[in-house]
Structures are given as structure tokens and as C-alpha cells.
Design a protein around this ligand. Structure first.
Ligand code: HEM
Ligand SMILES: *[C@@H]1O[C@H](CO)[C@@H](O)[C@H](O)[C@H]1NC(C)=O
Ligand SMILES: *[C@@H]1O[C@H](CO)[C@@H](O)[C@H](O)[C@H]1NC(C)=O
Length: 318
């Protein structure tokens, strides 16, 4: 007869197998022996980049989101197009807008000097993203490692699976659900828009044509976003503190100062209003939920084991 203790051990190990099955091989200590200085190298690279331009932390966070939503967090977004290879950089959500690639290149070359042919570009992007958020005052989280780099990319998946700023709430919810993320994850991860900038072409219709917008805010934004022309003129996604990772994004939503249509739908009389209000009132709740949701997003379909490769250069397959 099994003792109660033996039964408990079996039950607990079954539970742990079930809960870890989606990322069985990712571990925070993955490179502890093979690249012990990895985290320091990435942090220093991000520190330098953010000191030069704070927005780069935002740009890297967005790169990671756009990577993870297209066939998982596999560094597919980092691959350059060539005569014979079509990557994701020219997909509509990325073209002339995804940025920060040079930061990853520079960190990767430092990592290669320290630990040749060992660390994936996908893991470097995951760590750089976390470090950028921390450098702008946001929460930290532990990044599990061991992702490998894709040998493929998909421009069509990038076009169809990354949400558009013109999407309604139901579309956003279902596009996140397709990646294993729920509506609460959508609302807290959209808080990434507490940092960074957006181009006029993505918020023009909102400031000229929508009624659930603060009038003074709309008129301020119109000054640098005319009805035609100026498509690439920038405005901050967070009206007050675009280089500070804080909960002001949610204060903006509550005041109808969301910049993108896809931002304001989170607070427009729908299912996410209460959560938006709670994050606007409670920075600590936003920080802890954001960190947990970033861990969830970081675990979308990693390549592990012998799948994929460790790229030498993040822009090209080996
Ligand atoms: C919910 C669906 C989302 C939509 C429709 C969306 C859309 C956009 C758009 C249109 C821009 C401006 C790009 C440009 O003008 O170049 C942008 C910027 C940005 N997005 Fe999102 N986004 C979404 C979710 C997220 C998530 C989940 C994150 C990260 C957790 C994120 C992080 C960022 C950041 C940091 C920027 C600023 C980038 C920079 O300044 O370079 N976004 N987003
Ligand atoms: C890095 O490793 C590859 C093979 O894994 C080797 O061909 C190359 O010479 C190495 N480069 C350096 C700088 O050690
Ligand atoms: C406002 O909406 C109308 C009708 O959909 C559209 O034709 C027009 O281009 C929009 N204006 C702006 C500035 O986006």
C-alpha cells in the first residue's frame, strides 16, 4: 500500500509535469555554466542604449511582442529580407516602425565574444526586453532561458496575427486568445504603451473622427498630426511620462486620452473597464500583473532541445 506521503509526491509531480509542459526545457539557469556573464552583458548593452535614447527600451519591448506573436519567441523578427528569403521586417505591423535591431546586434556581438555560438538571439531579446523595462522604472521578472532561434520566418503570419491599432476589443481579445493569453493579459500587456511613441498614421482617425476622446487632448495631438501628410510624425503613447514605465497609461485611458483606437477600447464601457480603473488606482497591482503576463508571453512556443539553431548573427540564419 502506498503511504499518504507517496501518494502526495505522485500527485504533486503529475501537477508539475502538467503545468510545465509548455516550456519544459526553459530554465533561468540554462547558461549558468556555458555563459555565466550573459545577464551582465545584456544589462550593460541595454544600459548603454537607454542612456543614448530612452525610447530604445520601448522599441525592444515592442520587438519582443511582435516576435512572440509570430510562431513564438524564436527571434524570427530579427531576420533580414534577402533576395531569396522573406522575413517579417517588411510585414505591415513592422515596416518602417519596428526598431532597435542595432541594439540586439551590438549585444549579440558582445555575447559572442564572451561565449561563442552558445546563446540564442531569442534569449537575448527576452533578457533585453526585461532589462529595458527595469531601466525605465518598471517591474522586474525572472527570464527563463533556453529558447533557440528559428530558421524560418513568416511575413504572412506577421500580417495576420499581430493586432492592428484599428482593432476593436473583441478582435484584440480573440487575437490574444489565439496565443494563449486572456483578456486580462491583453489589458495588462497593453500597459506596455506606458512607454514609447506612435506615428500619426496610426492615430489620425482616432483624433479626428472618434467621440470618446478628451477634446483638449485631441486638439493637442492634431497640431502635429494633420488630416493629410505627416504620417510618420510621432506622439507619445503615454501623454505624460513616455520614458517612465508607470501606470499613467491607465490614467490616460480613464480620462479618454488613449492615443490608439486599440488603447481606448480597453476603457469604453466594455469588459475591461474595471481592470483599467484598478490599474489606474494601483501601480503595484499593474507592476505585478505585468511581470506575470510578460513571463506568460515569453513562454509562447519556444524552440528548444535540438529544434532551430543558435544563430551566429541575429539577422541571418546560419
Ligand atoms: C493590444 C494590441 C496592440 C496594438 C494594436 C499595438 C499597436 C501599436 C502601434 C500601432 C504602435 C506604434 C508603432 C509606430 O508608430 O511605429 C505601438 C507601439 C508600441 N507598442 Fe504596441 N500594440 C499592442 C500591444 C502591445 C503590447 C502587448 C506591447 C508590449 C507588452 C506593446 C508595446 C509597444 C511599445 C513599447 C511601443 C512603442 C515602440 C517605440 O516607441 O518604438 N504593444 N503599438
Ligand atoms: C566560434 O565558433 C565557431 C564554430 O562553433 C568557429 O568556427 C569560430 O571560429 C569561433 N569564433 C571565435 C571568434 O572563436
Ligand atoms: C474620418 O472618417 C471618414 C469616414 O469613415 C473617413 O473618410 C475620413 O478619412 C476619416 N478622417 C480621418 C482624418 O481619418
Amino acid at each position: 500500500m502506498a503511504t499518504l506521503n507517496q501518494v502526495l509526491v505522485i500527485v504533486l509531480s503529475v501537477i508539475s509535469v502538467i503545468t510545465c509542459s509548455s516550456n519544459a526545457q526553459l530554465s533561468p539557469n540554462f547558461y549558468a555554466k556555458t555563459c555565466p556573464n550573459l545577464q551582465t552583458i545584456v544589462r550593460n548593452g541595454m544600459r548603454q542604449a537607454v542612456a543614448k535614447e530612452a525610447r530604445l527600451a520601448a522599441s525592444i519591448l515592442r520587438l519582443f511582442f511582435h516576435d512572440c506573436f509570430v510562431n513564438g519567441c524564436d527571434a524570427s523578427i530579427l531576420l533580414d529580407d534577402t533576395a531569396t528569403f522573406t522575413g517579417e521586417k517588411n510585414a505591415a505591423p513592422n515596416r518602417n516602425s519596428a526598431r532597435g535591431f542595432e541594439v540586439i546586434d551590438s549585444i549579440k556581438s558582445n555575447v559572442e565574444v564572451a561565449c561563442n555560438a552558445t546563446v540564442s538571439c531569442a534569449d537575448i531579446l527576452a533578457l533585453a526586453t526585461r532589462d529595458g523595462v527595469v531601466l525605465l522604472g518598471g517591474p522586474s521578472w525572472i527570464v527563463a532561458l533556453g529558447r533557440r532561434d528559428a530558421r524560418t520566418a513568416s511575413q504572412s503570419a506577421a500580417n495576420s496575427q499581430i493586432p492592428s491599432p484599428f482593432s476593436d476589443l473583441s478582435t484584440l481579445i480573440s487575437m490574444f486568445a489565439a496565443k494563449g493569453l486572456n483578456a486580462r493579459d491583453l489589458t495588462v500587456l497593453s500597459g506596455g504603451h506606458t512607454i514609447g511613441q506612435a506615428e500619426c498614421q496610426f492615430f489620425r482617425n482616432r483624433i479626428y473622427n472618434e467621440s470618446n476622446i478628451d477634446a483638449k487632448f485631441a486638439s493637442t495631438r492634431k497640431a502635429n498630426c494633420p488630416t493629410s501628410g505627416g504620417d510618420t510624425n510621432l506622439a507619445p503613447l503615454d501623454s505624460l511620462t513616455a520614458t517612465r514605465f508607470d501606470n499613467n497609461y491607465y490614467n490616460d485611458l480613464v480620462a479618454q486620452r488613449g492615443l490608439l483606437h486599440s488603447d481606448q477600447v480597453l476603457f469604453n464601457g466594455g469588459s475591461q473597464d474595471a481592470l483599467v480603473r484598478s490599474y489606474s488606482a494601483n501601480n503595484a497591482a499593474f507592476f505585478s500583473d505585468f511581470a506575470a503576463a510578460m513571463v506568460k508571453m515569453s513562454n509562447i512556443s519556444p524552440l528548444t532541445g535540438t529544434s532551430g539553431e543558435i544563430r551566429k548573427n541575429c539577422r541571418v540564419i546560419n
